[in-house]
Design a protein around this ligand. Structure first.
Ligand SMILES: Nc1ncnc2c1ncn2[C@@H]1O[C@H](COP(=O)(O)OP(=O)(O)O)[C@@H](O)[C@H]1O
Ligand SMILES: [Mg+2]
Length: 210
């Protein structure tokens, strides 16, 4: 029995039972248009990356689902199911503004912790942030494109990706970004340098788009 959560371009993600528990399985799919050897390498590399970083961020006090089982050769990760809604869903459901502001500040603090520790998420969108129903803890998922780097520009890209996807989800994004930045600045000493680079990236984007 499996309940599909997402069949994306890269992976299928579903809920199933494992040793009596509900778990999430993420299985990276082969792409028929890739050379088979390259395809296998990419799948393995992203799976390994995701596994490693899911573990590393926990050591910093940032929540990610616990890994229960993995099969790198086949691109499979079995992980803890986080019962809750994503930030995207919270925005779609138009949760009370006060609640969302608090949440955004907390998310900012956590992204600040990641960046202070040189973890780049690589796909920091509201769909990849889940709020646990019971504890209200924030979980980050989808670390397949993550990397460890000191580069401020990569940190700025994380922020930029987050900001741009927030823009598409809510008219309140400016207020919400302020709350995010308040949290981010609290935990990450080099936040203002990163935000300045992000500002330049945004300007450049506007210029390119015309
Ligand atoms: N551990 C988890 N607990 C709960 N939901 C999850 C979990 N992992 C993934 N999901 C859900 O499945 C979706 C797709 O998973 P994700 O890892 O983001 O894959 P993709 O790379 O295809 O975006 C997420 O947006 C989320 O809704
Ligand atoms: Mg995702």
């Amino acid at each position: 029995m499996k309940r599909v959560l997402k069949i994306g371009a890269e992976a299928e993600v579903y809920i199933t039972k494992f040793l009596g528990y509900d778990v999430v399985v993420k299985r990276r799919l082969s792409k028929p248009y890739r050379i088979p050897e390259v395809d296998k390498m990419i799948r393995e590399q992203r799976t390994k990356r995701e596994l490693r970083i899911m573990h590393t961020v926990k050591l910093m006090g940032v929540n990610a689902p616990a890994v229960i089982f993995s099969d790198v050769e086949n691109g499979i990760i079995v992980m803890e199911l986080v019962r809750g809604i994503s930030l995207k869903e919270a925005l779609d459901e138009k949760k009370p503004k006060e609640q969302v502001l608090k949440l955004l500040k907390r998310i900012g603090e956590l992204v600040g912790i990641l960046h202070k520790n040189d973890i780049i998420h690589g796909d920091l969108t509201p769909a990849n942030i889940i709020i646990d129903d019971d504890t209200k803890d924030v979980f980050f998922i989808d670390f397949g494109l993550s990397e460890v780097s000191r580069e401020l520009r990569l940190k700025a890209i994380d922020i930029h990706v987050f900001k741009e996807s927030l823009k598409t989800l809510t008219d309140e994004y400016e207020t919400y970004m302020l709350a995010f930045i308040e949290g981010y600045s609290k935990t990450f000493p080099r936040s203002s340098e990163v935000l300045k680079i992000e500002h330049d990236i945004e300007k450049m984007g506007r210029y390119v788009k015309g």
